[in-house]
Design a protein. Structure first.
Length: 133
């Protein structure tokens, strides 16, 4: 993607045209455990995409202290915990991305739906947002 950091472009290029299948799972207990699996056409594609994804996740973890200062305070602890939980793995042709979304973040979103209004101006259908006139 134009303007994206090089490792994001490398990730996009690594998977472009090479995805044979995908699955998303979400397990909920005391937190939401999210897994995204990509079955790529060969193990070389999975290894290449895994390396690019690892670099992308490393960057996200380094940047979370900076961008969290721009977030609404009730969301910060949960988002920091979610970003720090991000992990990737690849075996054979399968690349996986996992994250744990803590209950504290789910609660903060449910209790503060208006937090998203400034980020999405004029978005009809969101809590606290009137339809366009």
């Amino acid at each position: 993607p134009q303007g994206a950091p090089p490792f994001v472009g490398a990730l996009a290029e690594a998977v472009k045209g090479k995805i044979a299948g995908a699955a998303i799972t979400l397990n909920y207990d005391n937190s939401a455990d999210l897994s995204i699996l990509l079955n790529l056409i060969d193990s070389d594609a999975a290894a290449e995409a895994g390396a690019a994804l690892r670099e992308t996740l490393g960057f996200a973890k380094q940047m979370v202290p900076l961008f969290s200062a721009q977030l609404p305070q009730p969301l910060v602890p949960g988002i920091v915990e979610t970003v720090n939980s991000l992990s990737e793995s690849n075996r054979s042709t399968v690349l996986s991305l996992s994250a744990t979304i803590p209950q504290s973040l789910i609660d903060a979103v449910q209790q503060n739906p208006g937090l998203f209004v400034p980020a999405i101006p004029d978005a009809p259908g969101l809590p606290g947002v009137a339809p366009p006139q």
